[in-house]
Design a protein. Structure first.
Length: 272
């Protein structure tokens, strides 16, 4: 099928340009470094390694996803090569599906390869390795990366120039990863006329809105799998059901579906 051909071409191009090998090396060095740092700290538990890894992944994975995906379609539109690609028997949805799967493989393979490869080192450094939880952490990390990849791919489809796509993609990273919780807190403060006491026990909708960012949903999943501090704000007996881990999964899947869907709706109507 044509979407498979497009995906294979994207993957081959990344191998030729060394993108895939560079990402594998970077992820492996990052995980190895986190394992070494966790082992040298006073608390040498596996949970310490998870905390450090999740905090690093929360920052690095979406950044790599943005770099891999933000030029995926806009570059071909500006260079005119997309017209040649679509002159073959490729529908636009097949072109988009192939791009997402190809770039998704470029992002997924380094995460999988590095986390599996570092397993032996982690098993040696720490006494216990909860295999099932660790595998679920791998899946959560991949899903987190794909959510940001879909977002940047959607921007690459919806916007008309490379400069706009670049600004929007990196702006989305700053808002969703670095500023999201602060923006939610500011919204709650404004609605409660800057009564700071509301932040100690915010309403359920505000807590869910805080988890609506891909990075916060990822933190919620990590906390559900391990005794981690990264998403401790979302756990507790008095927390609303809107903060259940399965909803965090739906949030990440929703980012993927909505980003591609909205971007494609714009892409299918533009003149190329």
């Amino acid at each position: 099928m044509s979407w498979q051909a497009i995906a294979r071409k994207d993957l081959r191009d990344s191998i030729r340009s060394r993108t895939l090998r560079v990402l594998i090396a970077l992820f492996f060095l990052l995980l190895g470094g986190m394992a070494y740092v966790a082992r040298t700290l006073t608390d040498t538990s596996f949970d310490e390694f998870v905390d450090l890894t999740a905090e690093a992944f929360a920052l690095v994975v979406p950044l790599f996803a943005v770099v891999v995906g933000y030029k995926s379609i806009i570059d071909e539109r500006e260079s005119g090569t997309i017209a040649l690609a679509l002159s073959f028997p490729h529908a636009r949805w097949e072109f988009v599906a192939g791009k997402f799967l190809g770039r998704g493989a470029v992002l997924t393979i380094p995460i999988l390869a590095s986390m599996i490869a570092v397993t032996a080192l982690v098993s040696f450094l720490f006494e216990t390795l909860p295999v099932l939880s660790y595998l679920l952490l791998v899946v959560a990390s991949v899903l987190y990366g794909l959510a940001f990849l879909a977002l940047t791919l959607g921007l690459s489809m919806a916007l008309s120039t490379g400069r706009r796509v670049t600004t929007a993609a990196f702006g989305a990273y700053i808002i969703l990863v670095l500023l999201w919780t602060d923006l939610v807190d500011l919204l709650v403060l404004v609605l409660w006329r800057f009564d700071g006491t509301i932040l100690t026990d915010p309403p359920g909708w505000a807590q869910f809105l805080g988890m609506a960012s891909p990075s916060e949903s990822y933190a919620r999943l990590v906390t559900a799998l391990f005794d981690s501090d990264i998403g401790a704000v979302y756990v507790g007996s008095d927390r609303p059901w809107l903060l259940e881990p399965w909803l965090a999964v739906l949030v990440l899947l929703g980012w993927i579906a909505l980003s591609i869907g909205i971007g494609y709706d714009r892409f299918r109507r533009v003149e190329l």
